[in-house]
Ligand binder design. Structure first.
Ligand code: AVI
Length: 320
């Protein structure tokens, strides 16, 4: 519904439009407050969530090859979008330092908290590393970086973060990155792959309920920030995976009819029993789909690094 209201924040606006839409939806980016960040850390340690371990293996196995590709012109700037805790990146940083490569690391994240703890841990674990962190939205920071062309840029996006965007938005994201790249710059990105559907469902629907708590954190946050009265226990966390499209979708499903008040945005929302809120997509890929996304964004794939079982792959792209 197009609203004539004025909102104080994009959270207010997005929640209003998502909960007055049919079917109802909420953007997954709002899961990540302090609790959401902590729950995601726990997800990454779960045995079912294979993505983090898979990418860790790839970086460990191919760090030497990656150092040669990245450093082909002698010296580079490594710019990481959505750096998080840097656990995986440190494998590369450590290796590049041991080899005495001339490089500078620029982690970018929306959360200043995340960047502060990353910087502190890098200072302790990798003293001597040249780091300049940048806080902000990727698009804005990338725009600023577009003008910077002193030496080769390697833009890195790990964790299959792109999978949380529908294809159209993923292409916008890739185009934005592409526009900030010079002719010799590279993009290094992780893409989770299509696989046995049960493996994917298990990764997003663990027995311990961590992923359910992560998904329901949207409601907890809305209760706190928009003075709302959602009862998170009245919703089921529900995961689906469509093996044809490769799209995993998370929902919150109302277990009974209810009415929720969101006082801060003067909104009353009615739920019928079994009505859904779509909260997240986690897209799974194959080489053809990644090639198509690259083509749509004026990029080409130059190298592919996969796990032995091909469950996860990292791709290198350059400008077409
Ligand atoms: C951050 N992102 C890539 C995760 C994913 O796999 O889609 C978020 C997540 N959602 C549930 N589990 C993990």
């Amino acid at each position: 519904m197009k609203s004539t209201r004025t909102f104080m924040s994009t959270l207010e606006e997005d929640v209003f439009s998502g909960l007055t839409a049919y079917p109802k939806k909420l953007p997954s980016k709002y899961i990540y407050d302090k609790t959401g960040d902590e729950l995601f850390q726990k997800i990454m340690d779960m045995p079912e969530y294979y993505l983090t371990r898979a990418e860790f293996q790839i970086l460990k196995k191919h760090k030497e090859k990656l150092s040669k590709v990245f450093d082909a012109f002698g010296g580079f700037d490594l710019i990481e979008l959505g750096a998080g805790d840097g656990k995986k990146t440190k494998i590369l940083l450590k290796h590049f330092m041991e080899k005495g490569l001339d490089f500078h690391y620029t982690p970018i994240d929306i959360s200043q908290n995340v960047l502060d703890s990353l910087k502190a841990s890098l200072k302790e674990e990798l003293p001597g590393l040249q780091v300049t962190s940048r806080q902000g939205m990727y698009f804005k920071v990338l725009q600023d970086l577009a003008g910077y062309n002193k030496r080769r840029k390697i833009i890195m996006v790990l964790g299959s973060n792109i999978g949380n965007l529908m294809h159209k938005k993923a292409i916008d994201f890739l185009k934005n990155i592409r526009d900030s790249m010079g002719e010799d710059d590279l993009l290094f990105m992780g893409f989770d792959q299509k696989k046995h559907p049960q493996v994917i469902l298990d990764a997003y629907n663990d027995n311990t309920g961590i992923t359910a708590a992560f998904n329901k954190n949207l409601l907890v946050r809305i209760n706190r920030e928009l003075d709302a009265d959602f009862e998170p226990d009245n919703f089921l966390h529900w995961e689906t995976y469509n093996p044809e499209t490769g799209t995993a979708k998370s929902f919150l499903v109302a277990k009974e009819p209810m009415t929720v008040q969101l006082k801060k945005i003067s909104l009353e929302v009615h739920f019928k029993a079994w009505e859904t809120i779509h909260t997240e997509i986690s897209q799974k890929y194959d080489d053809d789909t990644v090639r198509w996304l690259a083509g749509q964004s004026d990029l080409v794939i130059t190298e592919i690094f996969g796990t032995d079982d091909e469950a996860y792959k990292n791709y290198i792209f350059k400008r077409r």
